[in-house]
Design a binder for this molecule. Structure first.
Ligand code: CU
Length: 351
């Protein structure tokens, strides 16, 4: 079901004959990934009673967990939807030759979008008396655990992770693989070039406008990576490692974790730690190594900036009702009733 929705969404976003078709937000097509299990239970109870209902949803966690102060950001339905749609617009597996469509600057946008997310998350943290998010380390405990309180429509509860859990080798991927890929990427950044997979091992410089795009492709990794065998898939593998960390060998048959879905990943504080790591340890190193822009490159002749004015950005919470219709199975003789989940979401005044 989830796979079908994903395939249909990606196809609709890319086909010429569906241009202009607006997809409904993911929280309406698959509400399970956006609301807590509590809301789902209450919605079913209301449907059985045949009573319309508005169910209030709280963010996960308790005030004993400092990370809970920013749960409103990681669990914001609009932000989760944005992240999911971004990855539908720029699928890492997109084969440009097969589908006949070039995804311009996909690797660069992978860096840019996630960089913006982390920066905003840090701003929210600072205004909630928390430090800036710390980068994750492959060989150190994952300090903050997470209990998603979220259920698949079919397949059970999303697995929870206690505090200070360590990365584990999976059946087919080892922590050492991650470390090796990272070493090779750091090597590429330090040397300023990537090595392609062809017979001649062609090298391509990173110290130019396209460098960040090439680097993004090998870090994510996307099908545009110049050498997937050598540079691996650090970011995607990081997500999988975190998603399976509590059942690494599949002993308990747990379903994939929140980190393995674009709709749910940002709920987990480990998402921002993983991306901070990628952003700070890898991308920033590359950015810092670039030759500075020259005056000529930045100069727009004939344009003089006399004054700049910026007004205040004012954010606030608004109440929003998610239609739960698609979360509930149909049963013969049991008509649909209006059931909504009422959530708080971030919005801003015009600026
Ligand atoms: Cu992402």
């Amino acid at each position: 079901e989830g796979q079908f929705v994903y395939a249909l969404s990606v196809a609709t976003l890319h086909r010429a004959d569906t241009r202009g078709v607006r997809l409904p937000p993911a929280y309406e097509t698959y509400p399970h990934l956006f609301v807590t299990s509590q809301v789902i239970h209450e919605a079913y109870a209301a449907k059985m009673r045949q009573e319309p209902a508005v169910i209030h949803m709280n963010f996960t966690g308790t005030c004993r967990n400092p990370e809970q102060r920013v749960a409103y950001f990681g669990e914001d339905i609009g932000m989760n939807n944005h992240h999911a749609v971004f990855h539908m617009d720029w699928p890492f597996w997109w084969n440009e030759e097969k589908y006949g469509l070039h995804k311009d600057r996909k690797g660069e946008l992978f860096w840019y979008m996630h960089h913006q997310l982390i920066t905003r998350f840090d701003a929210e943290r600072l205004s909630n008396d928390l430090n800036e998010v710390e980068p994750l380390k492959w060989d150190k405990p994952i300090v903050d655990g997470f209990y998603p309180q979220t259920t698949y429509r079919k397949g059970g509860e999303f697995p929870a992770r206690p505090d200070n859990f360590k990365f584990q080798d999976l059946k087919d991927h080892r922590v050492a693989d991650l470390e090796a890929y990272e070493e090779r990427i750091l090597e590429a950044i330090a040397a300023d070039y990537v090595i392609a997979a062809d017979d001649h091992h062609t090298v391509t410089s990173l110290n130019n406008t396209e460098g960040i795009d090439k680097l993004g492709a090998i870090i994510e990794a996307s099908s545009c990576s110049v050498n997937p065998h050598y540079y691996g898939s650090l970011h995607n593998l990081g997500h999988i490692m975190l998603g399976r960390v509590v059942d690494p060998l599949g002993k308990f048959g747990m379903p994939p974790g929140v980190m393995e879905h674009f709709e749910t990943a940002t709920r987990d504080p480990a998402f921002f730690r993983l991306h901070k790591h990628i952003d700070e340890i890898l991308f920033k190193k590359h950015k810092d190594s670039l030759t500075p822009y020259t005056h000529e490159e930045l100069d727009v002749e004939g344009v003089d900036i006399k004054d700049v004015e910026v007004d205040d950005l004012e954010t606030y919470f608004e109440e929003y009702d998610i239609d739960m219709l698609n979360a509930l199975d149909d049963a013969e003789g049991l008509p649909d009733v209006e059931i909504k989940a009422r959530v708080q979401r971030l919005n801003h005044k015009p600026f």
